[in-house]
Write a protein that binds this ligand. Structure first.
Ligand code: HEC
Length: 89
């Protein structure tokens, strides 16, 4: 019984990790965001938000100030991906 529930937990974890990657829709910049923005929190924290481009730029600035690895060259690409994928309505 113990072994069965352990296996179930392992399968559940695998499914959870796959589901998290799926919360970021395809688009230019997706891989950058997946790499830079899912280290401290899950990608769900990002995909749950809806913001204007200016607000996403503020958010990315805040995250960079806290330690997110986004180079100056990548900054606009990351903000564009977020603004297109998770726009404020
Ligand atoms: C160094 C750790 C770290 C990295 C890397 C990081 N974050 Fe965060 N993020 C946090 C922490 C801590 C919080 C919760 C505190 C808060 O709400 O300000 C948070 C909260 C958030 C929130 C919810 C609050 C809000 O302002 O809407 C969003 C959205 C977010 N992060 C987006 C991002 C994006 C986009 C990236 C990639 C550019 C990123 N994060 C990378 C640490 C990080």
């Amino acid at each position: 019984m113990k072994r069965v529930s352990g296996l179930t937990a392992a399968l559940f974890l695998t499914a959870t990790v796959a589901a998290q990657a799926d919360t970021l829709p395809p688009g230019p910049g997706r891989d950058m965001v997946a790499k830079a923005c899912a280290q401290c929190h899950s990608a769900d924290v990002v995909s749950a938000q809806r913001k204007t481009r200016a607000d996403w730029a503020d958010t990315v600035n805040q995250m960079v100030a806290s330690g997110a690895q986004v180079s100056d060259a990548d900054f606009d690409k990351v903000v564009s991906y977020l603004a297109v994928s998770f726009p404020a309505k």
